[in-house]
Design a protein around this ligand. Sequence first.
Ligand code: C5P
Length: 234
Amino acid sequence: MTFPRDRLIVALDVPSVEEAEALIETLGDDVGVYKIGIELLFSGGFALAQELARRECPVFIDAKLLDIEATVERATAAIARIGAAFLTVHALDKKTLAAAVRGRGDSPLKLLGVTVLTNLSPCDVIEQGIDHPLAELVLHRAKLAKEAGFDGVIASGHEAAQIRKALGPDFLIVTPGVRPQGSDTQDQARAVTPRSAIEAGADYLVVGRPITRAADPRAAASAIVAEIAAALSR
Ligand code: C5P
């Protein structure tokens, strides 16, 4: 990653390919990676991902796979075939993770394990019947992902520092739930500012609504890139 903007992943959480294309047109070079999640994937987004990959624009398929091994392996292989740069898989168990690694084969697709979704609070984790403190659970799942051969994890800025310390400098930490100071956290329970995420060791920031719903998305993206640059230079 050469430039601070390479670390910005914009979540194209919009209902149509036309709206996604308009955002890409507006944001242009201010963004390193475009993320296509399940809303857009079910609205023509897979074809858009193929087109972006064909244009050599790094594309992140946020499919959050979790299924039996044969299905995860074949779905991962299908996503690797279009030339996607990143794919998410839930880091819940070794079978799922190993299946994704087999499906990726020798393609350059980077696999990211979802640890604990950033909209969940410690109470939500207890509600799932899990006794471990949230931070321990995140670290446990990150270790599972690393041992399986994943390139990194999705984790909030609250847990990034402990993952970095435990799993070393080369394991990717991708942080969603990023909110510039003073902005609405919406449904994100473990939000952090761009500066805090980078200082905690995040390699990439995933930002959706603070950019895509801004009155001026390009200005919002530029401000976040400037905050990333300032945090990196500290
Ligand atoms: O709009 P906002 O910035 O909250 O969007 C965050 C994006 O990151 C969404 O596309 C969401 O699906 C994704 N994400 C997340 N938390 C995770 C994994 C992915 O918010 N743990």
